[in-house]
Each structure stands twice: as C-alpha cells, then as structure tokens.
Design a binder for this molecule. Structure first.
Ligand code: TYD
Length: 137
C-alpha cells in the first residue's frame, strides 16, 4: 500500500444560518461500508494516540472538533496531515502505520471503520509491520 492511497476526502456541507450540517453515507462518501464508529476525546495536551497499522480495516478520520495531526507511513515514506475541519476527513486504507499527535484542547477525533474491532487485525509492533510490508512487496 502506498501513501498516495491515504487521501483527504471532502464531505457534503449544508450551510445554514442556523448551523451547518455534514452527513456521511458508507460506500458513498467514504469508500467502504461502515461497521463501527469510535471517537477519541479528552486527549490531554502532549498525548499521542495511534501507533499501529491494520491488516484489513479501512478507517476514515475526522476532526469533529478542534484539530490534531496524523502521521502516516507505508514502509520508507511518511507524511503528516493536519485535520482541523469537520467537513473533510482522511481515508486510511489497510497496511498504513499511523501516529496521532498535536491534539488541540477539546479536540474530538471521529473514526469510521470498515470492520468491527479485532485485536488480531492490529500490528502494534513497528518492526513486525515493516517486515510484513517487505514480505508483501
Ligand atoms: P488503541 O487502539 O490503543 O487506541 P489508539 O490507537 O486510538 O491510541 O485502543 C485503546 C484500547 O481500546 C485498546 O485496549 C483496545 C480498545 N478498543 C476497543 O475495545 N474497541 C475499539 O473499537 C477500539 C478502537 C479500541
């Protein structure tokens, strides 16, 4: 999997003087059916999240409130994304190592996932992830 597959995707935004509205349909606005939703919140200043890659699961990350950075890596290359709006998100396909940092005060990270939670799907050891990437070439 190359880093070009990690893409920012704009979401529909219905602007309204009463407040804006954004909606997401699985398989339409995000390129996978949504099986699970989770969110990170109350992240203390200076904390890091992530630090893993997934074998099969696609994820779509949105800064629903505040901002944070996502550093993605697929073997030798890496790239940092800054997420700070609730009307776009970052699609991470499988086999992408991700680290999240630089959380603002009050940041909320919403994650849409293509699979239910399974610890078996995780690489939590970076060297094991790199070995699997090499083996898959
Ligand atoms: P973890 O993957 O370490 O969080 P992050 O990558 O965001 O830093 O998950 C923290 C804990 O929560 C870990 O024990 C697994 C558990 N967990 C679930 O039980 N279900 C889930 O859907 C997720 C994402 C995590």
């Amino acid at each position: 999997m190359s880093l070009q597959s990690c893409q920012l995707i704009d979401l529909p935004k219905i602007s309204d003087p009463r407040g804006n509205l954004t909606f997401i349909e699985g398989g339409h606005h995000v390129p996978f059916p949504i099986k699970r939703v989770f969110y990170l919140y109350d992240v203390p200043g200076g904390a890091d999240r992530g630090g893993h890659a997934l074998r099969r699961c696609h994820q779509f990350l949105i800064a629903i409130s505040g901002s944070f950075d996502v550093v993605v890596e697929a073997g030798s290359e890496s790239r940092r994304f800054h997420l700070n709006r609730s009307y776009y998100g970052l699609h991470l396909p499988p086999m992408i190592w991700r680290e999240m940092d630089n959380f603002s005060s009050g940041a909320v990270c919403l994650v849409l996932a293509s699979e239910c939670y399974s610890e078996d799907d995780y690489f939590r050891d970076h060297d094991q992830f790199l070995s699997a990437v090499e083996a898959g070439k």
